[in-house]
Design a binder for this molecule. Structure first.
Ligand code: 5GP
Length: 115
């Protein structure tokens, strides 16, 4: 059974977060340690542990999740200047919370390649 993560608790509102969007599919809140002026985490309400798990186990949910992420970015007014969507997956990418989450990072010129 999957562990109960920090993001499960944030989704259940047991731990406070600065929520920027919620609908039937996705839940979005500001990262506590922002790496850019805008840094928002978007999770699907249906839990998967990682990007790989979601893509393999529920391809239909991928589309709904991507649409939710795009909608959050649009609502935040990020479309004109742009933004980056990051899925840290596994230890080399430093995924620290085992609940899939998209980082939306924006509000400054972002470097490439990422660190
Ligand atoms: P990961 O490293 O797993 O890709 O991303 C986890 C993210 O969760 C990190 O960017 C980290 O700053 C953020 N985070 C960790 N604890 C909290 C918390 O209690 N509240 C919020 N809003 N974000 C958190």
């Amino acid at each position: 059974m999957a562990e109960d993560t920090l993001f499960d608790k944030i989704l259940r509102k047991e731990i406070p977060a600065d929520v920027v969007h919620e609908d039937d599919e996705v839940f979005a809140f500001r990262d506590i340690n922002p790496q850019a002026p805008t840094h928002v985490l978007v999770i699907p309400k249906a839990k998967y542990e990682s990007f790989a798990d979601l893509a393999e186990q529920d391809p239909d949910a991928v589309g709904r999740y991507m649409r939710g992420i795009a909608q959050v970015a649009r609502n935040l007014g990020l479309e004109q200047n742009g933004y980056r969507v990051v899925f840290n997956t596994g230890p080399d990418a430093q995924q620290t919370v085992q609940y899939i989450h998209a980082h939306i990072i924006a509000g400054r010129q972002l470097g490439w390649p990422p660190g």
